[in-house]
Write a protein that binds this ligand. Structure first.
Ligand code: HPA
Length: 274
């Protein structure tokens, strides 16, 4: 089945389950440990991925899979709780199906969140960082192999994938909330193995501030679809070549959960002005 048919099938099935006339304006993808945000959605319609035809199911236990449609910060949102990753063996097309469905349902803005490792000794675990730019080090693209699609660019511009106004707004709101907010470059890789010291040293020298195993495919797909993108990383651990400590998934989830409350506060403050 062709990609656009799968997107159409999925978005039609979802639209039939939504309240009459509901159009999500903003899509939010929740990263590891950030599921709490979905509890803040009012008048929620929850749609498990298993109910969506052809939709890929995440195999990661920490990523429950469902869309939550409703109101957050006074805006119509769709929250994607649980994502598929390249490291699970999913194709870039499957990893980005959610973004394409969100766009097909009407969302014009995408907020991508993730848990990442901090490559900066001055940015401790527990921080939140806006993503100013990214390095796609997965070796893959969700656009490779796509046919020419009328109205969409064959070679989408990537000189500014993250929307400048949204970035500035996030920092303005953080300041108002008295919340420290870092900014930096996110490097996305395939995983699932964590990085060696040599890799970490190289990524830092390349100008990356954080490293993770998600988001870049979704952001590329969103830009292809001309959505505005805001990226937020919760830094669950420090990943430093000269003081490398073993990290466990449990630690990453635990730190992300602690940071989640702050991220939720920031999102709620941001949404009315997006
Ligand atoms: N490396 C890669 N992915 C991650 C990390 C890390 O240190 N922390 C959270 N996701």
């Amino acid at each position: 089945m062709h990609l656009s048919e799968k997107v159409q099938l999925g978005s039609k099935a979802i639209a039939s389950l939504l309240p009459q006339g509901f159009t999500p304006e903003i899509g939010i993808i929740l990263g590891t440990g950030l599921g709490g945000v979905s509890q803040a959605v009012s008048s929620p319609t929850q749609i498990p991925y298993a109910e969506i035809p052809e939709y890929p199911l995440s195999t990661v236990a920490s990523h429950t899979g469902r869309f939550i449609f409703g109101s957050l910060g006074g805006r119509n949102v769709v929250v994607q709780e649980g994502r598929c990753h390249l490291y699970e063996g999913y194709s870039p097309e499957e990893v980005t199906r959610g973004v394409r469905i969100m766009a097909a349902l009407g969302a014009k803005t995408l907020i991508v969140t993730n848990a990442a490792g901090s490559l900066d000794p001055l940015i401790p675990a527990g921080s939140i960082m806006t993503i100013t730019d990214h390095i796609n080090f997965t070796g893959q693209s969700p656009l490779a192999g796509l046919p020419e699609i009328p109205g969409l660019d064959r070679f989408p511009d990537m000189s500014a994938p993250y929307d400048q106004r949204l970035l500035e707004l996030a920092h303005k709101k953080a300041l108002e909330l008295g919340m420290r907010l870092e900014k930096g470059v996110y490097l996305g890789l395939l995983g699932p193995q964590l990085e060696t010291r040599a890799e970490t040293r190289m990524f830092r020298a390349w100008g990356a501030d954080a490293v993770g195993m998600s988001s870049v495919m979704e952001v590329i797909a969103a830009r292809h679809l001309k959505m505005k993108v805001l990226g937020l990383s919760t830094l669950s651990n420090q990943n430093l070549p000269d003081g490398m400590a073993e990290v466990t998934l449990e630690e990453i989830i635990e730190t992300s959960k602690k940071t989640a409350a702050n991220l939720e506060k920031l999102l709620l403050a941001l949404l009315p002005e997006l």
